[in-house]
Design a protein around this ligand. Structure first.
Ligand SMILES: C[S@@+](CC[C@H](N)C(=O)[O-])C[C@H]1O[C@@H](n2cnc3c(N)ncnc32)[C@H](O)[C@@H]1O
Length: 159
């Protein structure tokens, strides 16, 4: 087994999965706070120079849902690893958010699709030269992307 210790906690206006936007790009301007625990504060040095952060977090309110899932954006079953559904063998969430400001151990962020109280596992700076790609294929999402802005978590993966 592998154990991770949270480095902080994410505060957000969303108190439960149901009703939450399903990706940061559908949660434009939704503001949250990352509270980094004091033991990790030194690790924030120079973070204010980045406009976007990659957050890795524990989806603590999901139940595991098997290897085939019907995702929020589709009506058919897909392999869990071909989706971004929260109910996964390892409940790891990934969001690219905007960094607004840093005050001590608190980071103000926007575009939050994360539930209040979510344990934060890691922060990495988003660097376009490393992380952005051209000529991207988006698989089964391509036919369903038009639903992104209006689709919300309906609670199907929640405990
Ligand atoms: C489709 S998942 C994708 C999350 C992330 N952007 C990703 O790609 O891994 C988005 C949903 O996860 C749910 N969620 C966020 N934080 C959660 C948590 N701590 N426990 C359970 N569900 C959570 C929210 O309801 C949100 O609508």
């Amino acid at each position: 087994m592998i154990y991770y210790k949270p480095i902080g906690v994410i505060q957000s206006p969303f108190k439960e999965p149901k009703g939450t936007p399903i990706q940061p790009t559908a949660a434009r301007d939704v503001e949250g706070i990352i509270e980094v625990y004091p033991d990790y504060r030194e690790g924030l040095k120079d973070i204010e120079g980045f406009s976007h952060l990659i957050l890795l977090y524990h989806l603590h309110l999901v139940k595991e849902s098997g290897l085939l899932v019907k995702p929020f954006l589709g009506n058919e079953l897909h392999g869990i690893f071909a989706t971004r559904s929260p109910g996964r063998p390892n409940s790891i969430g990934f969001s690219v958010v905007r960094l607004i400001n840093v005050e001590g151990n608190k980071l103000c962020i926007r575009d939050v699709d994360i539930i209040d109280g979510t344990p934060l596992l890691d922060i990495k700076p988003y660097v376009a030269e490393f992380d952005a790609r051209r000529d991207v294929k988006a698989g089964w999402f391509e036919q369903n992307m038009h639903k992104l802005a209006t689709t919300r978590d309906d609670g199907r993966f929640a405990k």
